[in-house]
Design a protein around this ligand. Structure first.
Ligand code: DQA
Length: 149
């Protein structure tokens, strides 16, 4: 079975309580629950993980490199736009990366139009709320589908 890890970055544990106009009312644990349902359907081993600490995110990405997971789906939150450290860590990975955002970052403030992750990612899914994650997991799955386990 393929193993895919979904990484949630800074402030994303506050989904459901932050800026409902952008992020709706869904909580991170509801998102993770839906991701696990989809993973069961697609026969994927899934881990969902969140941190508010940049160094912890970097170390988690290093650990994923050692663990040889098949793909990574990441919503880095605000780190997307400025963290060279998260970008450099992701650049070490050799597996497909899919970038996701709940809100439509390109329709928001100009600083959100820049993604340091996008050049490393196979693609970016942005603006579909919780569905961005579900589409991101499907995209990651389709990228690793044909490779032998
Ligand atoms: C976000 C978009 C980022 O600009 C923002 O800093 C976030 C959430 C999203 O999921 O829409 O924290 O990544």
């Amino acid at each position: 079975m393929k193993k895919i890890v979904v990484l949630h970055g800074v402030n994303l544990n506050m989904f459901g309580r932050r800026d409902p106009a952008q992020y709706g009312s869904v909580t991170l644990s509801e998102i993770n629950g839906k991701l696990h349902e989809l993973a069961a359907e697609l026969n994927i081993v899934l881990e969902c993980w969140q941190t508010n600490h940049e160094g912890e995110m970097v170390e988690k990405i290093h650990a994923l490199h050692e663990a040889r997971v098949d793909a990574v789906v990441i919503n880095p939150g605000a780190w997307t736009h400025y963290s060279y450290a998260v970008m450099d860590a992701l650049a070490i990975l050799t597996v497909p990366i899919v970038e996701v955002h709940m809100s439509h970052v390109h329709a928001r403030e100009p600083f959100r139009h820049i993604s340091l992750v996008a050049p490393l990612a196979k693609g970016q899914i942005t603006g579909f709320g919780m569905n961005s994650y579900l589409l991101g997991l499907r995209a990651a799955w389709s990228l690793v589908l044909d490779e032998p386990t």
